[in-house]
Design a protein around this ligand. Structure first.
Ligand code: SF4
Length: 435
């Protein structure tokens, strides 16, 4: 093989089949895309062992992508249910699936995903280490942490979240500067606890070069985890978050020096008025690396509706430069999402991504809206359903309250402004009262 990673290929001027596919999807010239991959401004997560992958690019000048988190937990162990969620998510257009399984035979599920699922597959090896080794957290050795990373890479995972930014210095700053919700990142809390109990440095930080060698060998994109992401709006943009971000900037540079593709993870919970500044700081510190936001949730008071709080924040974040949105479901903070929660979360996230793409002027984004408006103007209901982000819901709503006149809807009936304007502009008489 003439190249190791997509970034290495781009730097050598080699057009890979993945670049060709992504360029087609994004209406980009492939050379233009290759330059962005070479600089690290676009990542194409594509593990060499994920043979059924339908590749996608992640970067702020491309269409905003969404990720769906799935996987078993100790309380919800139904693998078939998780696979149903995966299949539905792919059908609904999710570009990426993160398998966050923390119970059972995680490798079997992971391998099934990389053997059959065309979406980008991501994992968090830190969770899996705790399940895999079946022993107390403090007894997991540095070598064992690293072995799990290699295992996931061999299994064909396209990107891995590694909480490498929380080193001893960040941990000390976190302890000196109290915050309301402490650390809410699952992986971050695990590695912080391990460092506290063993007195050792974060093994992923200490042996970062070895992690990069693994990523380079299989072309795994490293997703630099944000252990200190704020877990409530009160903690947003605090010392711990920014301290870790500075480290993530340095780690981005080191990864790129080894041709390893990078995504940087971000907040979290954050008031609306702080999002734009956060996106700008991240892009400056991490030199334009694709930003993957986990929300941001713009208020803390809406359990049951956090797909909405996250979609508001996600739309603003993506319009200001984030390129990858992690979906949030109505079940966030409450339970593992069921099939319907997953659907609601995906739709909310896709709306946020699309709204941002219109604002950013992403190629082709507003065409969809134009076609919808043309169908609405013609009162072409069938076309309207076809173009809806959730055709099934649109059909169900209209069918639930049929209008007397087929070409209107039960909202205004005879007063239908669209119909009446079409008629008056066609020279017809519009009476409304006796029609
Ligand atoms: S009846 Fe009212 S809401 Fe319905 S299509 Fe016409 S203008 Fe729109």
């Amino acid at each position: 093989m003439e190249y190791t990673t997509q970034m290495d290929a781009a730097r050598k001027g080699i057009v890979t089949k993945e670049m060709k596919k992504v360029a087609e999807k994004e209406q980009f010239d492939v050379k233009e895309l290759m330059a962005l991959v070479a600089e690290g401004r676009v990542a194409i997560p594509a593990n060499k062992n994920h043979c059924c992958l339908d590749p996608n690019g992640i970067g702020s000048m491309l269409r905003t992508k969404i990720n769906v988190n799935l996987g078993t937990s100790r309380d919800c162990r139904d693998l078939d249910m998780e696979l149903d969620k995966v299949n539905n998510a792919v059908k609904m257009g999710a570009e990426s699936i993160m398998d966050l399984s923390s119970w059972g035979d995680t490798q079997k599920f992971r391998r099934k995903l990389t053997a059959e699922c065309p979406a980008i597959i991501g994992t968090v090896p830190i969770y899996d280490a705790v399940v895999y080794y079946h022993k107390a957290l403090k007894d997991i050795t540095t070598e064992e942490w690293l072995k799990i990373v290699e295992m996931h890479a061999q299994d064909g995972v396209d990107f891995m979240t590694i909480h490498v930014g929380i080193n001893r210095r960040t941990a000390d700053r976190f302890k000196e500067n109290k915050r309301l919700m402490n650390i809410v990142s699952r992986g971050g809390s695990i590695i912080f606890a391990w460092m506290e109990m063993t007195g050792k440095e974060n093994p992923f930080y200490e042996h970062y070069d070895r992690i990069l060698d693994i990523c380079r060998k299989y072309d795994v994109t490293i997703s630099l985890g944000d252990a200190c992401r704020p877990g409530c709006i009160d903690d947003a943009t605090d010392i711990s978050q920014i301290e870790e971000l500075v480290t993530l900037g340095e780690l981005t540079r080191r990864a790129w020096e080894k041709d390893v593709q990078v995504i940087v993870e971000g907040p979290g919970h954050m008031p609306l008025n702080q999002i734009e500044a956060n996106m700008k700081i991240q892009q400056t510190i991490c030199k334009g690396a694709p930003f993957y936001v986990l929300g941001p949730l713009v208020t803390d008071i809406a359990p049951g509706y956090d797909h909405i709080t996250a979609a508001i924040g996600g739309a603003v974040a993506a319009s200001c430069g984030a390129s990858f949105l992690c979906y949030v479901t109505p079940a966030e903070h409450l339970r593992l999402p069921d099939l319907n929660d997953v659907k609601e979360g995906i739709i909310a996230s896709k709306i946020a991504a699309h709204a941002a793409d219109i604002a950013k002027g992403i190629r082709g984004a507003a065409d969809w809206d134009r076609r919808m408006s043309e169908a609405r103007k013609k009162l072409d209901w069938e076309k309207t359903f076809e173009l809806s982000i959730d055709p099934e819901k649109a059909r169900t709503y209209r069918a639930a309250a049929k209008p007397e006149k087929e070409d209107t809807c039960s909202m205004c009936g005879n007063f239908c402004a669209v119909k009446n304007m079409n008629r008056i502009l066609d020279g017809e008489i519009v009476s409304i009262f006796d029609e």
